[in-house]
Design a protein around this ligand. Sequence first.
Ligand SMILES: Cc1ncc(COP(=O)(O)O)c(C=O)c1O
Ligand SMILES: N[C@@H](CCOP(=O)(O)O)C(=O)O
Length: 288
Amino acid sequence: MTVAVSKAVEAGTEMLVCASTGNTSASAAAFGARAGLRTVVLVPKGAVALGKLAQTVQYGAEVVELTGTFEDCLRVARELAAEHPVALVNSAANDHRLAGQQTAAFEIVDVLGDAPDLHCLPVGNAGNITALWRGYTAYEKAGRAAHRPRIWGFQAAGAAPLVLGRTVEAPETVASAIRIGNPASRAGALAARDESGGRISAVSDEQILAACRLLARHEGVFVEPASAVGVAGLLAEHAARRVPAAQRIVITVTGNGLKDPQASIPEGCHSVETSTATSDVVRALGLV
Ligand SMILES: Cc1ncc(COP(=O)(O)O)c(C=O)c1O
Ligand SMILES: N[C@@H](CCOP(=O)(O)O)C(=O)O
């Protein structure tokens, strides 16, 4: 996002616009604020996690909630940008976004000394998978990596157009960030899958939430549901004995859990209530 916003400033643009399931809007709002630009975000009504909305509002962006899907928001954003002097900062409409996002692949190769054998990541609007493949390809061409990884993308089962091979009109998943039924960068995702000899598969909401808990309880890493999709996917592939041995594997874990706290405690806070007597606390903890 920082590349797209810097380029917008360079071009003399005074207003940013984006469509978002929540994270892109928070990001556009932050960089827009830093650049002193007016930022307008179009989001599907009632479908954005509270933490992301809080960030967006606090950064001073104008939030427009549309009674429709993310795809409706992107269509309107494209139409606004076609008619008005605004910079559209969605990755599918702004190549500077992909140019920035591809540097994730550069960083991975720089840290590992070469590309991994396999890279797993969540796929929503498919900008990340497109940019990642572009980055690995550029680094290989430049002689900075000896090979490129296979790319395994994962979608939520209720929002898996790339797995089903068709648009999903009413996508539904606990992973609201990737609740997208018609990815704008569909072609880039399919190219990443096919050129890398990879795959794009689906994982259930149960698998996603289980991966969230696993990351939190075994690694101390608190993520929002969309963020755990790569982990859920790799575990599912491993259970199906489809992960070859001795692989160097990278998983992109994309978003902090505080962005969507409700997803972590869907049935309320799992606490125990007691009086202020230590003996009651001891009893509640099963220590006697
Ligand atoms: C937290 C999170 N993870 C993953 C993704 C997927 O990225 P992309 O839309 O580029 O496929 C998104 C956005 O959709 C996201 O917000
Ligand atoms: N995850 C995104 C989906 C929008 O897309 P982008 O490809 O423009 O980043 C979001 O948070 O809105």
